[in-house]
Design a protein around this ligand. Sequence first.
Ligand code: FAD
Ligand code: MLT
Ligand code: ZN
Length: 457
Amino acid sequence: MSLPAAVLDALRDAVGPAHVLTDPDATGGYAIDWTGRFRGRTPAVVRPADSDEVARVLAACNEARVPVVPQGGNTGLVGGSVPGAGEVVVSLRRLDRIESVDPRAAQLTAGAGATIAAVQRAASGAGFRYAVDLGAREVATVGGTIATNAGGLHVLRYGPTRRQVVGIEAVLADGRTIRRLEGLEKDNTGYDLVSLLCGSEGTLAVVTAARLRVVPRLACTVTALVAFDSVAEAVDAVGTCRRDLDSLHAVELFLGDGLQLVCEHLALPRPFPDRHHAYLLVECAAATDPSEQLGDVVASLATARAVAVAVDDARRRNLWRYREGHTEAINQLGAPHKFDVTLPADRLAPFVDSIGDVVRAVVPEARVWVFGHAGDGNVHVNVTGVAPDDDAPAEAVLTAVARAGGSISAEHGIGVAKRRWLPLTRSATELELFRALKQAFDPRGILNPRVLVPPEP
Ligand code: FAD
Ligand code: MLT
Ligand code: ZN
């Protein structure tokens, strides 16, 4: 797993010797994913400072046919950001410059390494918001969220990352650069390469900067936690919220056993004296106070068993901890297998109710946790108590999803975790096109070669 001396020299020339890390103590953190399930080793972590340096790094690796893994915040949950087969890691974190918002266009330009929280702060400083928000906001980067087409908490209102991206600067495997950062909202000149790179998981090009839309900042936000006796009742309530709340900003689902785990692991008080089977976190945001509207709708839900409403930021944040704490609390049980799936709305409740039994039928000792973005039909099925390399949970969950007409990835991507199962929801013809695109962008196959695109059958 060592690099030819000429390649190391070229990398040091490109970024400066201080930014080529080879000591395993220094590279270790780049070679293990956030969950601890995906681990690897790398001969070098290269930390370019700008797109020219990225171009020189990629040109050198391409010339020598050295595979690379682009990496942003390394919060990805499908193993796509770690060097599982001794790849060079190209870390984009130093490309973190954010240019000020152009209020006339409602856009800003950010480097690939800027964190989502930093973009949110920049937007907010100019009276706007960045519409993408997710629990990993302090670490996840612009480049990583574009590469995974991240979803998050407000997809039902604003769409996923792809919808926020007006332009991209990206470096191809051979070091050539494409740059479309002018911010043209209308540009009908052929294939949409910008959109194609959204969700490409570092397999087609390395994103170095993006032109992003920002949306109006909404001054008033109110959050309600509502308890139900069944998932079906909660899912029906989602429909009511969608119909009756024009300020609906987020609708998140979690279950009683997940809430119990979060309260235990994060030492939180229980939200209600009684235990319930399913919970919805419903948030509204508007220019004027939506509390009354949300209160009326929640009061109209005949199936609601308990309700807590929070208007001030501190109490709202406390309610969000019950939902956002799931990822961290589950991880404390040991590296989970994470399945991030979407179901058609009419299949969501039966799927959630049955998926635990589906998994335990093949791995009896497994524990199954379900939570997610109910407003988008997107649930996260997490399985703990299983060896990291046991494929049985993936086979069971992803096959059940495909049978129910769903997608095996709603927002985290395919990575290495789900590549084998991509044919469940992508046809042979589509996969041929995937391979043709990969070949066109990256003929030597150096960019994230183990990720997303399955090999020829
Ligand atoms: P990384 O993990 O570094 O990389 C992810 C993928 O993108 C890899 O394939 C990598 O090769 C590629 N990549 C990274 N940077 C670039 C680049 N500049 N150019 C080309 N390819 C690149 N995801 C959601 O969608 N919704 C959520 O609600 C959500 N919540 C999360 C909460 C927590 C607590 C955690 C830990 C993760 C969560 N995630 C969520 C997953 C993760 O944050 C997203 O997938 C995010 O987009 C990854 O960004 P990153 O910068 O960490 O990318
Ligand atoms: C979430 O919605 O919390 C994230 O996608 C992270 C996860 O699935 O754990
Ligand atoms: Zn999510």
